[in-house]
Design a protein around this ligand. Sequence first.
Ligand code: URA
Length: 498
Amino acid sequence: VLVDAVVAAEDSRFFEHNGFDLPRIVKAALSNLKAGGITGGGSTITQQLIKKTYFPDAQKTYSRKLSEIILAIQADKALSKEEIQWMINAFTTGEIPDYQMSAMLMAICFQGMNHDETLALTFAMRDSGDVLDLSGIKGVKVDKHSTGGVGDKTSLILTPIIAALGVPVAKMSGRGLGHTGGTIDKLECFEGFSTSISEEAFLKQVSEVGVAIAGQTANLAPADKKLYALRDVTATVAEKSLIASSIMSKKLASGSDAIVLDVKTGNGAFMQTVEKAEELARIMVAIGNGAGKKTYAVITDMSQPLGNTVGNIVEVQEAIEALNGKGPKDLMDVVYALGYLMLKAAGVAEDEKEARTMMEKVIASGKALDKFADFVEAQGGRKEQVYHPQLLAKAAITETITAPEDGYVEALNAMAIGTACMSLGGGRATKESQIDLTAGIRLKKKIGDSVKKGECLAELYGNDAEKCNDAKELVQNAFLFSKEPLDAPETVLKYITA
Ligand code: URA
C-alpha cells in the first residue's frame, strides 16, 4: 500500500520505466533550457523522496540538485547516466563548487560505483573535451597504458617494436609525478625532442613513421583534470571506479581502436595486492569493451623496480640496450607480455609464442631500434643519441652503495627507490617541480641475487652532494638481505583478456 501510495503520488509510470523516465527528463531538460536555469523534473523516486525529506522548501538551484544527488548515492547507491553527465558538465563549467564535489567524491569512496555508473562517469569525462579521430590512419591503432611504476620504461621499448611490426601506435603520455616516472620526461632526454606537436603533425607521423607519442593536450578530458586535482587534495584518489574512469576517459579520448593496460601491483604501485590490481584491471577492461574498444590487461609486479635503472636518462639508456637485444629478463618479460596483447588486439598474432617470436626477430634484425631512431628524429630529437646513448647528458656526481653483509637480496622496496630518485632531483614532488634528467639510480643487485659484503648494490647519479647523501640512505635502507637463497619474483602475474 505504501509503495502504491508513493508511486501514485510521485510517479505513476514508475514500474514502466524502472525509476528513470526518459520522456520526462527530456521535457524537464527542455524547460530548464528555456528558462535558463533549473525549473524541475527528471528525478528518480529516490531523489524525489530525498528532496521531500531534506529540502521541502528548497530553491531550484544547481547546488540543491547536487545535494540531492549526493544523498541519492548514499541512499540507493545508483545514479542515472543523465545525472552523472549533468554533474560532470556542471562541475567542469564551474556551476558546482569544489566543496560540493568533494562531498560527492567522498560519497563515491564510501559507496563505490556500479558498472553503469562508472561507464557513465568515464563517457562524461571523455566527452568533456576533444576526442581524437584516428580513422584516417590505416590499420588497427593500439594504445598501451601503465598504471605507473618505478623504472617502467616499457613504452620506449614496446612502441617501436610494435610499429616495426606494422601496427600503428598513436600514444598520449604523461609526465612523472611523485615516486613514479613518466614517458614524456624520458623522451625529452633526447636533445630537441618535442612532445607538444599539433594534431595534424601527430596524425601524419603515425601514418608515415608508424609511431607518435605526444603529451596530453589541455583539452583532453578536461573534466578529469579538474576532478583529479580535487581528488588529490581530498584523499579520494584511491577509489577504484574513480581511478578506472580517470584513466579510461583519457584513453578513450585518445582515439585508438584497442587498448592494452599494464596494471601494476606491489609496494611501488597504486594497488598493493594482486587481488586489488585485478579488480581495477577488470573494471578498466569492462569500460573499454563497453566503449566498443578491444581491451586487455596484464597484472605485473612492482614490488621492486622494473629493470636495472630508475631515473630519466639512465632509463632511456636501458631502453636502448633492450632494443639492442640486451634488456634484463624482468623488463623484457613485461615488454613481451604487453606486446603479445597489443599484437593480439591488432589481429597480427594468434598466441603468445607467435607474438614473442615476431618481437624477438624485429629486435634481432635492428628494425625496432631503427624505428625508434626514426621516431625520435620525426619529433625533433637527435637521432645520433639513439645509436650512441653515451652522448646523452651525464650527472656530475656518482655515489656507490655497498652490501653490509654476505647473503641474498630478499627485498628491494620500489617505493623507496622511486623516492630516492625523486630526492636526487630525478622526480617531481609537485606538478610544478623542475626535474634533473641526469639524476638516477643504476641497480647492480635485485631480489634473488647473491651478494658479498662490500660488493656494489647500486650507483647513484646526481648534481647536488646533499641530495646525493639523502638518497644514499634511502637506497641503502631499500635493500633487505636473507641468508637463504631465494628466487627472483615473476613479473608477469596474470592476463585479463575477457
Ligand atoms: N592515473 C590517472 O590518470 N588517474 C588516476 O586516477 C590514477 C592514476
